[in-house]
Design a protein around this ligand. Structure first.
Ligand SMILES: [Zn+2]
Length: 267
């Protein structure tokens, strides 16, 4: 088998057509390799959604004057250790010690691995990276963490965050991606669904009007206009609000609240 392959490569290299085919094969393999969907680690989202927005924001603020990923170093350390345990590491970071050069003292290898894994998550899946996503409501808005709250007397749970603003307030896309769903459904009313470049599904419901320029399959950038705030669908009798949801590729809805609270600061 090996000699056959080697023979083919040698013959191919002698002919210009063979050379082109070889280059194509290498090129396509490389393209497939870098474009294959990243499998999301199972403990990624439980960690990301457990973070307090105040902690995330303070780490971004404190890390700002250092290297680009310093906020992730700070956040991984502060979200894993107690203040007393973290003290020495934070001092080293303040003295500009790079992450890989940190002296971990007597922290166990297990704890160290957890911190490093969390830091890598924060950098590789940049939900909290300033500017990577935008806050979906343009204008004054009020919202709180209501993920998991009872709906229809306990028949189902609230699978998103409600953001309240006056009717007609512009709603923009939080992520870049493609329009996947558009128009009416029973609960959501006028709704827009965007398949983000990160693989997640972003759901915007109860709109008054959908931007008439949108079509299914269309490419969309973060910040593009999706429509206006309303109270359509099962929000008919409630104050105007946007129901914003994030669904993972495995169809699990995650709590968007901590992300929203951080995005709002950088939009
Ligand atoms: Zn809702």
């Amino acid at each position: 088998m090996m000699t056959h392959t080697r023979g083919f490569v040698r013959t191919a290299l002698k002919h210009w057509l063979g050379q082109i085919i070889l280059i194509l094969i290498i090129g396509i393999s490389f393209w497939l390799l870098i474009h294959q969907p990243r499998s999301v680690p199972p403990n990624l989202y439980p960690y990301l959604t457990s973070l307090k927005p105040e902690l995330v924001l303070s780490c971004i603020r404190d890390g700002d004057s250092f290297s680009p990923n310093r906020w992730a170093d700070l956040l991984a350390i502060k979200s894993t250790l107690s203040a007393a345990e973290a003290k020495d590491l934070l001092l080293q970071i303040r003295n500009h010690t790079e992450y890989n050069d940190l002296n971990w003292g007597n922290l166990s290898q297990g704890v160290r691995n957890t911190i490093t894994q969390r830091r890598n998550y924060l950098i590789s899946y940049p939900f909290y990276l300033p500017g990577a996503y935008v806050f979906p409501v343009q204008g004054k808005t009020w919202y709180q963490d209501s993920f998991g709250a009872d709906r229809e007397g306990g028949k189902r749970r609230h699978e998103g965050t409600d953001l309240f603003s006056p009717e007609g307030t512009p709603i923009i896309s939080a992520s870049s991606g493609r329009i996947e769903k558009l128009g009416w459904n029973r609960l959501g009313g006028e709704r827009v669904g965007v398949r983000g470049d990160d693989g997640n599904y972003y759901y915007y419901a109860h709109l008054k009007e959908i931007n008439p320029a949108l079509v299914i399959g269309q490419r969309i950038n973060k910040g593009d206009l999706l429509g206006t705030m309303g109270h359509t669908g099962d929000a008919l009798t409630t104050p105007d609000h946007l129901h914003f949801g994030i669904q993972l590729p495995n169809e699990e809805w995650i709590n968007p609240y901590p992300f929203l609270a951080v995005w709002q600061h950088f939009s």
